[in-house]
Write a protein that binds this ligand. Structure first.
Ligand SMILES: O=C(O)CCC(=O)C(=O)O
Ligand SMILES: [Fe+2]
Length: 337
């Protein structure tokens, strides 16, 4: 049985640092098998992580709903605030820019109320930590697939990206004796990657390659890095998008901070890297405008397809001796993972 990798990335953020190659092998093995790796973080000050989960997130979600709704700039999936079942979530685009975080804080706490400096410091520190981990994981995966370093550095997840942060609250509910209740149904993220920062309360589960649901422990010094659908497209299917869900059998209230990498511009088109398409690896996806894909995924038609939207939208069925995209059916590739 193949386990999810757990790799210590402390002090290992740059290619060439001692231990990089060993860590790269472990990260790539787990990402290529499961679309997920658990990384030991420990870069940001632990007191800021404690402040984020102990004060900042509870204060944020204690605000009245109409206040949180001020941050709702667009329809799904760009919604800045949504609530569904026990889940409630806010989204901050370009959260690597301290001004974006500050603008979000100003929107929710327009006067002096609320500890805005702590909010901004804790959210920005978490974003920086998750961005560093994400950058290392993406570099390691692409390097191990043989993509040249300069292409890796220029590729959209590492350059020209929207580093989007979502902060989520799951309300407490009665403990679930048989553990069957989901707080969030199984889904793929449409991002390149998502880094998930849990804190003490269990919830994240990922589908491993052998078909088992694996709970990712909510350790304070780790983050999970999962592949989204854009990374699967970009790597021509080599990295499977990670199917994941949220299940909290203890019923405890839970907070989560996540950071997703998206293309910086909604006009961006993502396709398989040329280096990853060859005779042995025929093209699996047509280039996709990610914003159009995201709209489709959350449309009525998309919802009907459940977790098979990517293949329906841009999957290529390769025929023996084919290569003519016009005659290609738009269905049929089964999602890896
Ligand atoms: O709460 C979690 O651990 C996962 C949340 C998630 O998958 C999402 O918001 O897309
Ligand atoms: Fe997700």
């Amino acid at each position: 049985m193949e386990e999810l990798g757990r790799v210590d990335l402390r002090g290992l953020q740059e290619p060439g640092s001692p231990g990089w190659e060993e860590a790269r092998a472990a990260v790539a093995a787990s990402m290529l098998a499961h679309g997920c790796v658990v990384v030991v973080a420990g870069v940001a000050a632990p007191e800021l992580r404690d402040a984020l989960f102990g004060r900042v997130l509870p204060d944020l979600f204690a605000l009245p709903r109409d206040v949180k709704l001020r941050n709702a700039p667009g329809p799904p999936p760009h919604t800045g605030y949504f609530s569904h079942g026990v889940q409630e979530s806010v989204r901050i685009n370009h959260a690597d820019d301290p001004d974006s975080v500050r603008a979000f804080a100003d929107l929710l706490w327009p006067d002096a109320a609320g500890d805005k400096p702590l909010f901004c410091e804790a959210v920005s520190a978490a974003e920086r930590e998750m961005q560093r981990l994400d950058g290392a994981v993406v570099r390691m995966v692409l390097e191990s697939l043989g993509v040249p370093a300069e292409r890796v550095a220029a590729a959209p997840p590492l350059a020209d990206a929207n580093h989007m942060v979502r902060l989520t609250h799951y309300a407490a509910r009665a403990a679930d004796d048989d553990g069957g209740l989901l707080s969030m149904a199984a889904h793929y993220d449409y991002s390149f990657t998502t880094v998930l920062m849990q804190h003490d309360v269990e919830g994240l589960e990922v589908l491993a390659r052998d078909g088992r649901w694996v709970a990712v422990p909510p350790d304070r010094d780790t983050c999970a890095v999962i592949a989204g659908e854009l990374l699967m497209v970009m790597t021509n299917g080599r990295v499977p998008a990670c199917l994941h869900r949220v299940r909290t059998p203890s019923g405890r209230e839970r907070f989560l901070a996540l950071r997703s990498t998206l293309p910086a511009r909604t006009s961006a088109v993502v396709g398989p890297l040329d280096e990853l398409v060859d005779g042995a690896h025929p093209r699996l996806y047509r280039p996709v405008n990610y914003a159009a894909y995201a709209r489709f995924k959350y449309s009525d038609d998309g919802r009907e397809l459940g977790n098979r939207t990517l293949e329906a939208f841009c999957g290529v069925v390769n025929k023996e001796g084919g290569g003519d995209d016009d005659g290609v059916e738009q269905q049929g590739i089964v999602a890896a993972g």
